[in-house]
Ligand binder design. Structure first.
Ligand SMILES: [Fe+2]
Length: 513
């Protein structure tokens, strides 16, 4: 019989007399305890192995397993439950004997209700103190271990720290940790074994289907000697195995591994307290491993993203170079023009202290600005004389054509403005759209100046190159009409500085005369 009360202390009553069981269950329940009763020692042991109890109240004289024998078995299996014995006058001596063997107190039959309550409350108080001590010790261990593994992204290091802590905490001979492969579900993804004495040892392989079934039922796995055999794949446990504990590593309700400890030392058995300590350790290990895995995944995805970005950037550069090449081949006189416009655009962009990505975009736009000329007839581009009005109309389509060439290529979209707007005038008198002032994108206003400067200072089919001073004078004259006056001013200043620097470096022949 069981009575339930939330968070109430759990009491197991063992007596072969039904009346005693019922009376105790009734008034202990009324006092707010959660009570379970069984009629003999064997059933009591089964119950204690299955569920944690705060207190055991047992009769001393019972058929088969006596109260004293039950006490011995509890001690041997380290089931760790505080025990109160019930005894008649004739067996008080035996009860005192039992207390020497570890029983906490005794109740004399026939008992008074107040007496029972008093003894039970005192026992539970003692039990709480013991539990507090255990928790404090656990907390300290867990704190130390958590600190050691919290910032580690190295799974092997985490496993090592956890296994060593497991061995130290429960005085095990060997500890093993099996990580579950999230894809295959197998527990052999990573197996780590640490032995207290460092010596390798033949260990039985855990039977993971059996273990996971037990974990799912919430049943603790603490087994001794031959009884541990059912948790292994081998038909029987090794003869020298004294005790075995397995606890799950879980993250967000999913099993990620199993922590096992083995004792091969004769008489050294693990108990429920050991199992609890290992459970807490396993839970800390599970989150540290989860963190390390997430970190690794993040690194991998970052890495492939970087690689994808790099190849995109390379592809972009190649595309730009390919277009520029195609253009230069269609127009002998503009050979080198795209590159020089890019150089002058960069000088101006850097002088304006624009952010690096914007400078790069402006340089690329400089290279690409006339890409629309690919669609203009070669003979017209290189015509020595004046263009007819029809030819002018066709020529003036090149910014629009450039835009249409770049539009189908998403990675070149950033360069459209440079192509489309480099013939717009600051006063609105340009083409193709007649944009005015700052409505003209900055890249268009920059490339317009660089383009005009290079057009004037290099040979064309219809005239020889103009000297630098003439070109600069022309840019100053057209500041505010054709060009953005601030940019024109900056360009004149910056191009002079650039020429000085080139001459200083002995590269004066590379600049316009
Ligand atoms: Fe142009």
């Amino acid at each position: 019989m069981t009575t339930e009360a939330t968070d109430a202390a759990r009491i197991l009553v063992v007596d072969d007399e039904r009346v005693i069981r019922e009376i105790l269950a009734e008034f202990l329940t009324l006092e707010g305890f959660s009570v379970h009763t069984v009629e003999d020692g064997e059933k009591a042991l089964t119950e204690l192995r299955l569920r944690p109890y705060d207190l055991l109240i047992t009769d001393l004289k019972m058929p088969r397993v006596s109260g004293l024998q039950l006490l011995e078995r509890i001690d041997a299996e380290r089931l760790g439950v505080l025990t109160v014995l019930m005894t008649g006058f004739g067996t008080v001596e035996t009860a005192i004997e039992a207390m020497k063997k570890g029983a906490y107190d005794y109740l004399l039959k026939p008992f008074k209700v107040e007496e029972v309550i008093h003894v039970v409350r005192r026992a539970l108080y003692r039990q709480r103190l013991q539990a507090e001590n255990i928790r404090l010790r656990e907390a300290l261990t867990i704190y130390k271990v958590s600190e050691a593994i919290a910032l580690s992204h190295d799974i092997d290091h985490i496993l090592d720290v956890v296994l060593r802590a497991a061995i130290d905490e429960v005085k095990a001979d060997v500890a093993t940790l099996h990580l579950r492969d999230p894809n295959s579900g197998s527990y052999e993804e990573r197996v780590k074994v640490v032995a207290a004495d460092g010596a390798p040892r033949g260990l039985p392989s855990p039977a993971f289907p059996v273990l996971t079934e037990q974990f799912a039922l919430g049943a603790p796995i603490v087994a001794h000697g031959g009884k541990a055999g059912r948790f292994f794949t081998e038909p029987s446990a090794p003869a020298e195995l004294s005790s075995f504990v397995a606890v799950p590593l879980q993250v967000r309700g999913t099993m990620v591994g199993v922590l096992n400890v083995f004792s091969f030392t004769h008489g050294k058995k693990f108990d429920e307290g050991h199992r609890k300590t290992l459970s807490v350790l396993a839970s800390r290990a599970a989150s540290a491993i989860d963190n390390a895995r997430l970190y690794r995944e993040l690194l991998t995805s970052n890495d492939s993203l970087t690689r994808a970005n790099l190849s995109l950037e390379e592809m972009f550069q190649q595309t730009v170079a390919g277009f520029a090449q195609a253009l230069e081949e269609s127009d002998l006189y503009t050979r080198g023009h795209s590159e020089r416009v890019a150089v002058y655009s960069e000088i101006l962009a850097r002088g304006l202290t624009l952010p690096d990505p914007e400078i790069r975009r402006i340089v690329q736009a400089g290279v690409m600005h006339d890409v629309g000329k690919i669609g203009v007839r070669y003979d017209m581009l290189n015509k020595p004389g004046k263009l007819t009005p029809e030819e002018v109309a066709v020529f003036r389509q090149h910014p629009e054509k450039g835009k249409r060439i770049l539009e189908p290529v998403p990675c070149l979209h950033g360069l459209i403005d440079g192509c489309w707007c480099h013939h717009e005038w600051f006063d609105g008198g340009g083409y193709p759209r007649g944009l005015r002032g700052h409505n003209i994108p900055l890249v268009g206003r920059v490339v317009a100046i660089a383009d005009a400067y290079d057009a004037m200072t290099s040979d064309r089919a219809y005239r020889r190159a103009l000297p630098h001073e003439v070109a600069v004078g022309e840019i100053e004259r057209c500041a505010g009409t054709q060009f953005d006056p601030e940019l024109a001013d900056a360009f004149v200043r910056l191009i002079e500085a650039y020429r000085d620097a080139m001459r200083e470096r002995g590269q004066g022949s590379l600049i316009p005369r």
